[in-house]
Design a protein around this ligand. Structure first.
Ligand code: ADE
Length: 269
């Protein structure tokens, strides 16, 4: 069971999303647990406010250090006492600091390799900032990883946190129906996935490629691999640097890249 704790000012936003579909099913099956921790519950003044003006002036408000810290301490306590019975060996384990990811455009850009690494953790704390950010001092004390989901600025860390949970959760054994399906797809070998088809055989005058109807497994696999190489060469040639290709595949990729560039010369980039 992998446990996610999302520290946020908008718990309904994250839970509404993650309770749905595949992550929701995995939670119901007990393979995954996602808890949203409302930072506002740890406000320390009677107005329940958790933000204040930045010293030195400037636009906007900052989330204050103390409510974030108290919420973090509460999550740590929950992690420590989460299991019904804790053995001595586990007790030692429990003392280790959980990883705390702060979602921020200043972080390392999230990718599949990072998703795989995070999927090894027993629990993961995701900290979502709002307003103009969070008082630096609490970040220094609790954050272990700074992660961005891309070079653009969002209004808060909630959407990025949901994206991370989704990408990581689907790598946890049992979350997907078909355990092999997480292995053979985009980015695994730095290649994009091949095109797929389902019934009917003909749709809008387009036929499913004959080879897929042939029942010849080895030929199907060969075709799919070629299609992956072709697609990657066309759409994401930057990925090919990391892909392990045979000489024949390299030639195919180069050919495709050239032809495709020729055809799409006028597209935006
Ligand atoms: N918060 C605001 N923008 C973000 C981004 N691009 N990635 C992660 N967290 C963010």
């Amino acid at each position: 069971m992998m446990r996610f704790y999302i520290m946020t000012l908008f718990p309904e936003m994250v839970m509404g999303c993650l309770n749905t579909s595949i992550t929701g099913r995995a939670m119901a099956k007990g393979i995954l647990s996602v808890e949203a921790v409302n930072i506002r519950d740890y406000a320390f003044n009677k107005h329940n406010s958790v933000d204040d003006y930045p010293y030195g002036g400037g636009a906007g408000m900052l989330m204050q250090a103390e409510p974030v810290y108290q919420a973090y301490e509460a999550v740590r306590e929950r992690i420590r006492t989460g299991g019904a019975h804790i053995s001595e060996a586990e007790e030692v384990q429990e003392k280790k600091r959980p990883r705390v990811v702060y979602l921020s455009p200043q972080g390392r850009t999230f990718n599949q390799r990072m998703a795989e690494e995070f999927a090894e953790e027993e629990e993961l704390i995701l900290l979502c900032g709002h307003y103009e950010g969070i008082d630096e001092r609490v970040l220094e004390e609790i954050v272990t990883d700074y992660v961005s989901i891309g070079d653009y600025v969002l209004t808060g860390g909630e959407l990025p946190a949901m994206i991370m949970v989704d990408a990581i959760a689907r790598l946890v054994p049992g979350v997907l129906h078909n355990d092999v399906s997480a292995e053979f797809e985009s980015f695994q070998d730095s290649l994009l996935e091949y095109p797929q088809y389902s019934r009917p055989e003909v749709w809008h005058d387009k036929r499913v490629p004959d080879i897929l109807l042939s029942g010849h497994h080895a030929n199907v696999e060969k075709w799919r691999r070629e299609q992956s190489v072709i697609r990657t060469a066309r759409l994401r040639p930057d990925l090919l640097e990391k892909a392990e290709l045979t000489e024949v595949e390299k030639a195919l990729a180069e050919e495709e890249r050239k032809n495709y560039e020729e055809k799409t010369k006028f597209s935006v980039e």
